[in-house]
Design a protein around this ligand. Structure first.
Ligand SMILES: [Mg+2]
Length: 289
């Protein structure tokens, strides 16, 4: 893999660089049911502009929707964007955002000669899932809605079995669109996930897990939340996600790598940016002093 140029070094010790990776919807973007503590997002933006810190957005959105959100919510400009649930890694180049082709090349073998349209055809007769809007589909991402009453377990097994039989290796990511009470299902190449993409990025930057901090709120963040990467779950996360994340990280012996924001830091409620800041304060108190 081509090494990724590091950010210009600043006043922080070059031995301890930090890459802050955050999910967007309902993690940095306050588009959930809970209120956002006034000033938290602005404080986050000021914090990540410190020299020596790098910022990556890690999201299910595609690039254009990330850029829309950056304008609509006045989000700080990131150094990297991991879009489409980890299927694309982009870095800012002289000609705008450029995908890391090495990552795409890593994913391609999982689907062999099949493209998303072939996979959709293979699954067309399954009752329940229906395709999300065209703009939410990608070359390595098929996205479906699931009816709220559907228990996802059996459906996911039959999708897995059916695609495996065709030699496809897939990663199925199920999460919940809480406000709309809809199930969401992403079918990705087996190697594609937010966690694998972050680890690929870290390796390219020559950084260890300890030089990273991840923030998330929901099902498609779970794999990173319970990984060796230090992580914070924002306080607006659903109680089921919190319970699951705590149980999985404890059983993996990684309980010290998951912090659940509870509110209080800065007098804030621990939701969205306030939760991310609370997590940064937990792992790196010197940064928020
Ligand atoms: Mg989210």
């Amino acid at each position: 893999m081509n090494p990724i140029p590091a950010a210009p070094s600043g006043t922080r010790a070059p031995s301890a660089p930090l890459l802050i990776c955050t999910d967007l919807d309902r993690t940095l973007i306050p588009n959930g049911a809970q209120p956002e503590s006034p000033g938290a997002r602005q404080r986050f933006a000021a914090l990540v502009s410190q020299p020596g810190l790098q910022l990556a957005y890690v999201t299910g959105r595609h690039l254009e929707l990330v850029q829309e959100a950056m304008v609509a919510y006045d989000l700080p400009p990131p150094d990297f964007i991991i879009t489409d649930v980890g299927t694309r890694i982009l870095r800012k180049g002289e000609a705008g955002w450029q995908a890391l082709e090495a990552w795409t090349a890593r994913l391609a073998p999982d689907w062999g000669a099949s493209g998303p349209a072939d996979i959709a055809t293979l699954l067309a007769d399954l009752p329940g899932p229906y395709p999300q809007e065209a703009e939410k589909q990608g070359p390595f991402k098929l996205s479906y809605y699931l009816p709220p009453a559907l228990t996802p377990g059996p459906l996911l097994s039959s999708i897995q079995t059916r695609l495996q039989a065709r030699g496809l290796r897939v990663n199925l990511v199920h999460s919940l669109d809480e406000p709309r009470q809809l199930g969401l299902l992403d079918i990705l190449p087996a190697r594609a996930s937010k966690r694998h993409a972050i680890e690929f990025l870290l390796a390219g930057l020559g950084l260890a897990s300890e030089n990273c901090l991840f923030a998330g709120d929901s099902g498609n963040d779970l794999e990173v939340l319970v990984s060796p990467i230090p992580a914070v779950l924002v306080a607006n996360a659903a109680p089921e996600v919190r319970a699951r994340a705590l149980a999985l990280s404890a059983s993996a012996g990684l309980g010290d790598r998951l912090y659940c924001a509870r509110g209080g830091f800065g007098g804030w409620n621990g939701c969205y940016a306030a939760g991310i800041l609370e997590g940064i304060a937990h792992y790196h108190p010197e940064l928020v002093a």
